[in-house]
Design a protein around this ligand. Structure first.
Ligand SMILES: CC(C)(COP(=O)(O)OP(=O)(O)OC[C@H]1O[C@@H](n2cnc3c(N)ncnc32)[C@H](O)[C@@H]1OP(=O)(O)O)[C@@H](O)C(=O)NCCC(=O)NCCS
Length: 174
């Protein structure tokens, strides 16, 4: 396995024209459609870093800062910001552009975690990631704190799943 890769080696871009089938009654892009774009571009970035299959382990909050209007371009930029053993943090920046004027706005940002999967179907180690630019260094240096918060959230999610169980509302309580 390669020991390390630069952040720039995983940078991935994706752009789409926002058209009516993907918009809601406000004539803006469906939140669910944007989340699908985010997962798609982030997975590509993670695969470029791992050079193998990955799964999405978690998505941190997606903050919808501005609506993305019909007939705008929506573009997404994703790259691996941090790695641990088998997991990778991916940052996604979403920019909307009004195509007649070129006016742009950052409409959302998101952090996701992907895990590399080996031939045996289990998590497998990934190369360390190396930041170069100021933006990359900022995101890399702040990542350990986000990862710790994620671990705490994972524990709470497991506790909640155990508490709620799988019983349907109409099924009898044992
Ligand atoms: C993610 C998954 C592979 C983790 O497997 P696991 O057997 O729990 O393995 P581990 O507990 O050893 O965790 C492996 C790594 O994942 C990380 N991880 C697991 N769950 C996580 C979460 N919710 N958020 C962030 N990181 C997570 C761990 O921190 C660990 O990272 P490290 O090796 O860098 O330290 C497993 O939970 C899974 O397959 N989940 C479903 C994934 C899925 O279906 N995604 C949607 C479609 S792609």
């Amino acid at each position: 396995m390669v020991e390390q890769r630069f952040i720039r080696e995983s940078r991935t871009f994706k752009a789409s024209h926002v058209l009516p089938p993907d918009t809601n009654n406000h004539n803006t892009l469906f939140g669910g459609k944007l989340m699908a774009h985010i997962d798609d571009v982030a997975a590509l970035a993670a695969m470029k870093h791992a050079r193998g299959p990955v799964v999405t382990a978690s998505t941190d909050s997606v903050d919808f800062l501005q609506p993305i209007k019909v007939d705008y371009e929506v573009s997404l930029e994703a790259f691996v910001t941090w790695t641990h053993n088998t997991s990778m943090e991916v940052f996604v920046k979403i920019v909307a552009e009004e195509l007649n004027t070129g006016t742009r706005a950052v409409c959302a940002t998101s952090f996701l975690t992907f895990v590399a999967i080996g031939p045996n179907g289990r998590p497998t180690n990934v190369p360390k990631v190396v930041p170069e630019t100021n933006e990359e260094l900022f995101l890399h240096q702040s990542a350990a704190e986000r990862a710790e918060a994620r671990q705490q959230r994972r524990i709470r999610s497991k506790q909640l799943a155990d508490l709620l169980g799988t019983r349907r509302p109409w099924e009898p309580i044992d």
